[in-house]
Design a protein around this ligand. Structure first.
Ligand code: THU
Length: 138
């Protein structure tokens, strides 16, 4: 990814992080998702007093994009105030894998970054192909 694209997505993800609603964990996360059509969707984590209803930043960004009719993704940048580049949770890895994205860039406020593929994030993940097999055989 070129520097200009990274800087823009980094800024958008950081701005989203600053909008985090995380009064329970106080752990702010931001995401910026670039579609192949050139749009950027941001997301932040949104918590709830009923903890299990909380939503992560990555899934917020992906769900916003899909709700807007976008399903082809180029780059996802995720940022948190972590010592090392933030590590997406398992649920987000599964949702990222559902749609795919060419590159995932994990980062932090120090701008350390780690670039990963979907396969790196979720090796041997469960996919809809298993369900397709069931449907064609029945
Ligand atoms: N969180 C995210 O937004 N993304 C992740 O991948 C890791 C966890 C949020 C969920 C919760 O609001 C807070 O971080 C602490 O778990």
């Amino acid at each position: 990814m070129n520097d200009e694209k990274f800087e823009l997505l980094y800024k958008k993800a950081k701005d989203a992080m600053n909008k985090s609603y995380s009064p329970y964990s106080k752990f702010k996360v931001g995401a910026a998702l670039l579609t192949k059509s050139g749009k950027i969707y941001t997301g932040t984590n949104i918590e709830n007093a009923s903890y299990g209803l909380s939503m992560c930043a990555e899934r917020t960004a992906i769900f916003k994009a899909v709700s807007d009719g976008e399903k082809d993704f180029e780059t996802l940048v995720v940022i948190g105030d972590t010592d090392k580049p933030i590590s997406p949770c398992g649920a987000c890895r599964q949702v990222i894998a559902e749609f795919g994205v060419d590159e995932v860039i994990l980062t932090n406020l120090k701008k350390d970054f780690k670039e990963m593929s979907v396969e790196d994030l979720l090796p041997y993940g469960f996919s809809g192909e298993e369900l397709d097999d069931k449907n064609t055989n029945s």
